[in-house]
Design a protein around this ligand. Structure first.
Ligand code: URP
Ligand code: ZN
Ligand code: ZN
Length: 460
């Protein structure tokens, strides 16, 4: 027996059309005007948007910080929250720490995630310790279905790599068809600025943004793009937060480079007034890059509406405020960096649609189709077409949601969007044809998430 979602507004990357979606064996078998046959199980979804399940290409679940602590959402709570928010696949940043092989880093992340995920999942692999034998592991790691990697130009003394390493990695990945994702901020200067601020007695969380101005993001972005050009390699810039960085990306593209750009809801909605010294909870908003101002928000929305930015991911990296983020008033550099958000991304994108800033097809591309294409899982993920996995979100534009810490599924004591009213409801989420979340409740069973092996990252 097949399942038919009847009469919804099916959203694809190029348009919206009224159609039935027929599902069998976990995959979409047909999409068209009248697909049901006798015996099918029919669900009427007229008036609702039928979107491809979200693909969140940037999460940090269960991330060790190096001091024996970890980020507060693990793979179970993080992916449960993803499902409730309409995301059916996450690509988390597995990390090779100093002294580890790449395969060890990847094994560690499988150990954290396998059997615990409510949605499908894959990994990028962050490389923090580059050498010849690590480079020689790349083909084997790619054969394990991990075809994108990450390097950090910030977090000096911890995750940061130097420019020569970036160049060498880009050269090797270009040969292999892998894609490098890069955190672009100038870590050396951030470190110097931070010391200067602390010496001047500027120790509270309100000084975090002054230690990481947008110039240092744009400088690192521009530098990366010069390095990538010399290496002849495509590159993916994670969590772009400023118009100045977008400008660098456009310049590189205009000289023929392949550059993908990702941003996150926090760089579209949350402004740097949240770091005001008048706020007792400024530490909640400490993330890197830091929140920017309204001018940057407008420039980032413009980059989305003009199809300049390719992906909206979350960079979900959650730490409780009480007892964790609130403990570092004497040294803001000790505040664990990151914001929660995996559960609210789709709603926040829809808010952008409701405000006329992007269209529904753009939402489908930014949330699902583009990350699936870039990271080598399209059309199995990110599309509502015959043969694709039946990962589907039913979004009710007549419903209402309020984002609150009290009702969220994320395992963290706050949400940066507390009390925000969203003019839609994620009514149901289907994972490979099974309805796993409906009307605010999880269906019994699960976890059901499977590891998704990815092809060499797609360049489109
Ligand atoms: O503040 C952030 N973004 N924390 C997560 C790690 C990273 O830089 O992506
Ligand atoms: Zn980062
Ligand atoms: Zn991140």
């Amino acid at each position: 027996m097949a399942l038919v979602l009847r009469g919804g507004r099916v959203v694809g990357g190029t348009g919206v059309r009224r159609a039935d979606v027929r599902i069998s064996g976990g995959v979409i078998v047909s999409v068209g005007p009248d697909e049901a046959v006798a015996g099918d199980d029919i669900t009427d979804v007229s008036g609702k948007f039928i979107l491809p399940g979200g693909v969140d290409a940037h999460t940090h679940f269960d991330l060790p910080l190096g001091d024996g602590t970890r980020s507060d959402d693990d793979f179970a709570s993080g992916t449960r929250s993803a499902i409730a928010g309409g995301t059916t696949c996450v690509i988390d940043y597995a990390t090779q720490f100093r002294g580890e092989s790449l395969n060890r880093g990847l094994d560690n992340w499988h150990g954290l995630a396998d059997g615990r995920c409510f949605c499908d999942y894959s990994f990028h692999l962050a490389v923090t310790d580059w050498n010849g034998s690590v480079a020689d592991e790349l083909p084997g790691v790619m054969a394990r279905g991990v075809t994108s990697f990450k390097m950090y130009m910030a977090y000096k003394g911890a995750l940061q790599v130097d420019d020569g390493v970036l160049y060498e990695a880009l050269r090797r990945l270009e040969d292999l068809g892998g894609l490098l994702c890069v955190h672009c901020e100038n870590g050396d200067i951030i470190s110097a600025l931070s010391r200067e601020l602390l010496r001047a007695g500027k120790t509270g969380p309100e000084h975090h943004p002054a230690s990481r101005p947008e110039e240092l993001e744009a400088e690192a972005t521009g530098r990366l793009l010069v390095i990538a050009s010399l290496a002849g390699a495509p590159v993916y810039v994670v969590h772009v937060s400023s118009g100045a960085s977008i400008k660098k990306i456009l310049e590189a593209r205009s000289s023929g480079q392949t550059v993908f750009a990702e941003t996150c809801p926090q760089y579209l909605y949350l402004d740097d007034s949240l770091y005001s010294p008048a706020r007792a909870d400024a530490a909640k908003y400490v993330c890197s890059p830091p929140l920017r101002d309204g001018r940057n928000h407008a420039e980032m929305w413009s980059a989305l509406s003009k199809n300049i930015a390719d992906v909206v991911a979350t960079d979900h990296c959650s730490f409780n405020f009480n007892g964790r983020k609130d403990r570092h008033n004497c040294d803001f550099t000790g505040i664990p960096n990151g914001l929660p958000g995996v559960g609210s991304r789709m709603m926040l994108l829809y808010l952008g649609v409701a405000r006329g800033l992007i269209t529904m097809p753009q939402m489908a591309r930014l949330a699902s189709e583009n990350p699936a294409r870039i990271f080598g899982i399209h059309p199995g993920k990110g599309s509502i077409t015959p043969g694709a996995d039946a990962d589907i979100v039913v979004l009710d534009p007549d419903g209402k949601s309020v984002i609150t810490a009290e009702t969220q599924f994320q395992n963290v004591d706050y949400t940066p969007y507390e009390g925000w009213e969203i003019p839609c409801r994620i009514e149901s989420t289907y994972l490979r044809g099974e309805r796993v979340f409906h009307m605010g409740r999880f269906l019994p069973g699960g976890p059901r998430g499977r590891f998704v092996r990815r092809r060499a990252a797609g360049v489109f």
